[in-house]
Write a protein that binds this ligand. Sequence first.
Ligand code: GCO
Ligand code: MN
Ligand code: MN
Length: 404
Amino acid sequence: MHDGSLLLEVHTLDSFTPTPADRFTFGLWTVGNPGRDPFGPSVRATQSPNRIVAKLAECGAYGVNLHDEDLIPFGSSAQERDRIVGEFKAALEDNGLKVPMATTNLFSQPIFKDGAFTSNDPRVRAFALQKTMRAIDLGVELGAGIYVFWGGREGTESDACRSPIEATKRFRGAIDFLCGYVRDQGYDLRFALEAKPNEPRGDIYLATTGHMLHFISTLDEPERVGVNPEVAHETMAGLSFVHSIAQAMEAEKLFHIDLNGQRIGRFDQDLRFGSEDLKQAFLTVRLLEGGVGNAPYEGPLHFDAHAYRTEDDDGVWEFAVGCMRTYKILKSRAVAFDADPDVQEIIQARRDAALDPLLDGGYSSEAAAAISAATIDVTAVAQEGLGYERLDQLLVEHLMGVRG
Ligand code: GCO
Ligand code: MN
Ligand code: MN
């Protein structure tokens, strides 16, 4: 097992060494993943939550996130619960770690085999609300400001079993109900909805971040609710993660984020951040950090990923440090890219002092008249090369470390 000094030996103490100021977080279930998969059992020992807290602090993380059952085994008595929570709080305090986000496990227990909030069985729906209200209390007790909803079992293999319209209404009813609970308790808590297209269900309702963004606009209290997009999930759906989070950021709905790595067309791999599609990872970090002139994302940077099944305990902490280092390295690469005059020349090339203000100013009859009267050389504009081959090569060269 590594101690702190060994970790630092492997990853030189440099400007990419993670620190709590970077706001990096991991779920108990991520670094605690024992390597179980549908084809085989655990390959690593189960770690106690308190050990995970100590190790994460040693690695420079800011916080740890959890499902109710990651901390409190299902079926624990109230007394056991209070003892576990007390000891966990002491571990957080001793190690200076925060719990920015909490969530409910609404997928492991057999009662949720056909969903939780969308189940046809009112007993299951009631139990899901009961479990979530308790888990919200727990999250708030631990200081969480964000509460994530990932509807892993909210879906179907056979759509003959229920009307998907009814499922949407039930999901909305549950989120509205739980917003009411949070209001009633006077909690300072925001919700973040996490989409996934499939796995473990054949099809999961509200499959992408785009679906979630629209769904939020139909809620009783839309201001309380945002999204928690995950790299792997948008990629599984064949979508651009950068576009998904950009839409969420523009709508001021990016409340939380699940960073990891994923190859398209595969099962949910939850790989180390940046280990696949480095260019998307670069563009993701650039956007999150405000590199395209936008307001930066200021929430926690959560890695919802786990180490390869080939790894032992050392490999798990290699994985964790790797996620964080890669983020910081990409951040510095993004800054260098945007500071490169050759890059700026291409990006800024099409600014037009006369047309831009006219186009950005919204509709007026004067603007309509001016735009109608503008002379645009359709052939000449269409013939211009845009220089994106050069721009992308510059991106790749920055990424490979030979520029800036
Ligand atoms: C997955 C999901 C989960 C959720 C977690 C928190 O594909 O398994 O990403 O890891 O993020 O349940 O809601
Ligand atoms: Mn995932
Ligand atoms: Mn996730």
